[in-house]
Write a protein that binds this ligand. Structure first.
Ligand code: SF4
Length: 432
């Protein structure tokens, strides 16, 4: 059987798809890049915005219209919340909530053979997922989230925080390091890593100088401990945090960002969502305020000579006034962001915000999103100018049209002609 895979959404989804893809390969299926050569498609869905679900619908319809009409198995977050809408799309063979490989294989009608069992199908995790086709490997450290942000249906789709053990992650990172120069720590709410686990101090290989001066804003400082263990085990690799709440950057993580940029990339993606406290409250994001978010990032920015800083922002959340929007713009302007991801608010089925009063008119919502995007783009251009002609620590992350894409520690893409590239996965590069 030839199987075509497509992934929507975040890096946690990419990781999940890689696990499912490997299970199919071990069960004897061939993975194809071209849907024209496929007997079946497996689509890993995302529920974060209305747009991501609309894209899912368009892709499934397109696959169904191809000659022979490819059947699709839809898995992942949107599948977990499906009220029948996805199942009713043309040529959908099955809808599988979550990302358990054995369930997806069964839904696809593929027998789970000896090879697939050996690959860990049905087990929590198995050997490292190298061969993800990039110089950057993904390491999913936890799944789920214990928070209940009112705009988010992820908690419903993915369940409570479940962290993997440090020894298991160290072993997987060692395997990834054989194939990848950078490893991205991913998950759904990585700042709460370990808060669900009993302490396993004997399993944590800490260095003699390691210390953790105090707990993070919300509990045990476990992500910093994990990072120290990973860096100690695989010092040749550059780790990167995928997305972390600003106030969950504990003192250990801060120290590594400041002092060890070759081991931990000088980059944070810290979701802001709104710069107005009353909107943060309506969003259910109780663990920070505009002031504490700003304080943590300014403190870091003062100490990091190079600092890639991104944020997610939702424009037009229910009840957002013009003054709230201005507060967000002012905060964005004040902080050294190097890029922004702006999402116009869209209702997610099942999320509590659907019941909030004060919807923002679509035209105003679009205007606010545009204003925020323009500000983000201006800051991105300004930051890049400050880095032009400077040297950076580059990791190759893609290739095409005669060029390789190189990612710097502060999350800038630099394109290098292939004939100027010596084939290394990681090297110093001049930003142009
Ligand atoms: S912190 Fe909030 S937005 Fe993030 S996954 Fe948890 S509930 Fe969703």
């Amino acid at each position: 059987m030839n199987v075509y895979f497509h992934t929507f959404g975040c890096k946690a989804n990419q990781y999940d798809t890689a696990r499912v893809r490997r299970a199919f390969e071990h069960a004897g299926a061939a993975v194809v890049d071209d849907p024209a050569a496929a007997d079946l498609a497996v689509v890993n869905s995302c529920t974060v915005t209305h747009e991501s679900e609309a894209k899912l619908g368009r892709l499934v319809r397109r696959l169904a219209r191809r000659r022979g009409g490819i059947q699709t198995v839809v898995m992942g977050c949107a599948a977990a919340l499906d009220n029948g809408h996805i199942a009713a799309l043309p040529s959908v063979r099955a809808v599988v909530g979550g990302a358990e490989p054995a369930q997806v294989l069964r839904a696809a009608g593929v027998a789970v053979g000896v090879g697939a069992q050996a690959a860990g199908v049905g087990a929590q995790h198995a050997a490292p997922l190298h061969g993800q086709g990039r110089s950057r490997g993904l390491l999913k450290i936890q799944d789920g989230c214990d928070e209940h942000c009112t705009f988010c249906a992820t908690t419903i789709a993915r369940g409570a925080n479940r962290s993997r053990s440090i020894p298991e992650l160290v072993e997987e990172a060692r395997g990834l390091a054989e194939h990848h120069a950078e490893i991205v720590l991913t998950g759904v709410h990585i700042g709460t890593y370990g808060q669900d686990r009993a302490a396993d101090p004997g399993a944590v290989p800490r260095g003699p100088d390691s210390h953790n001066p105090g707990p993070s804003a919300r509990g045990q400082p476990r992500l910093g401990v994990l990072l120290e263990a990973l860096i100690l085990a695989v010092p040749s690799v550059r780790f990167r945090l995928s997305s972390i709440e600003a106030t969950e950057v504990d003192d250990t993580i801060a120290r590594l960002l400041i002092e060890a940029p070759r081991h931990l990339a000088a980059h944070l993606h810290a979701p802001l969502q709104s710069g107005a406290d009353r909107i943060l409250k309506r969003m259910g994001r109780h663990w920070y305020s505009a002031t504490s978010y700003r304080a943590r990032l300014e403190w870091l920015a003062e100490r990091m000579p190079v600092f890639g800083l991104g944020a997610d922002i939702i424009a037009g959340f229910p009840g957002e006034t013009d003054a709230d929007h201005r507060a967000t713009l002012a905060l964005v302007d004040a902080l050294p962001f190097t890029y922004l991801h702006v999402f116009p608010y869209s209702e997610r089925p099942g999320a509590a915000a659907t019941r909030l009063p004060g919807p923002v008119a679509p035209a105003i919502l679009r205007d606010r999103a545009r204003e925020l995007r323009e500000l983000g783009e201006a800051k991105e251009r300004a930051y890049r100018l400050t880095r032009l002609d400077r040297r950076a620590d580059g990791v190759v992350c893609g290739r095409g049209e005669g060029k390789v894409e190189v990612l710097t520690e502060d999350y800038l893409s630099v394109y290098l002609p292939v004939d100027e590239w010596d084939g290394s996965a990681r090297f110093d590069i001049t930003i142009r």
